[in-house]
Write a protein that binds this ligand. Structure first.
Ligand SMILES: CC(C)(COP(=O)(O)OP(=O)(O)OC[C@H]1O[C@@H](n2cnc3c(N)ncnc32)[C@H](O)[C@@H]1OP(=O)(O)O)[C@@H](O)C(=O)NCCC(=O)NCCS
Length: 165
């Protein structure tokens, strides 16, 4: 018998607190994403939990009008329920509110996923200095990681903000 996925309404989204750090790092490690510097940026992480269990994370590093979307990670048994989509929507709206207009990310495995979310591939050379200065760019992500960017000042972002308020 195939077990139906639990409804997404059972998932609660919240801002990370320092107590969450060990489980955030464990989830990132289990899924092959950099975790070493998560503690430094935890105040800008949103978590998805089902009961007490952490099922997904997403974070942003704020770098003026640029931002780095990072640590978008969903536990394997919770995928394809729209959790990453919801986390990305929340992160994009939050980054926009904080003044970010160009949201960058680095990925080795989710290019197609982020293309569907409006991101486009950009060259590593074109990244702003702030992004090039992050630990993710300098040492934690492999040099083969693709750089992608989404411009947040389009109409769609206003819709997201309206939807969130
Ligand atoms: C990529 C990832 C975050 C997607 O999480 P998710 O919660 O399953 O995604 P959603 O439920 O919002 O979206 C599901 C849709 O995206 C597609 N999708 C999921 N992962 C994908 C990937 N790596 N590449 C392309 N498409 C992908 C699914 O097939 C599904 O498509 P459908 O709507 O046509 O059925 C998750 O697979 C993950 O944690 N991967 C490992 C970590 C990673 O690579 N993170 C990104 C770099 S920061």
């Amino acid at each position: 018998m195939i077990e139906a996925p639990a409804p997404s309404e059972s998932i609660i989204y919240s801002q990370a607190t320092p107590d969450d750090l060990p489980m955030v790092q464990a989830l990132l490690r289990e899924n092959g994403l950099p975790s070493e510097d998560a503690g430094e940026h935890l105040e800008h992480f949103i978590l998805a939990k089902e009961g007490d269990v952490l099922v997904a994370t997403a974070g942003v590093e704020l770098l003026g009008s640029a931002g780095l979307l990072r640590s978008v990670c969903v536990a394997r048994n919770c995928r394809n329920r729209g959790v990453a989509g919801e986390l990305c929507r929340r992160m994009e709206a939050s980054a926009f509110s904080a003044g970010v207009r160009h949201l960058y990310l680095l990925t080795t495995s989710a290019e197609e996923y982020f293309k569907r979310r409006g991101y486009r591939v950009c060259s590593r050379e074109s990244l702003p200095a702030g992004v090039k200065g992050t630990a993710e760019f300098r040492s934690l992500c492999p040099a083969s990681a693709l750089s992608m960017v989404r411009d947040l000042d389009g109409d769609e972002q206003s819709t997201i903000l309206t939807y969130q308020s």
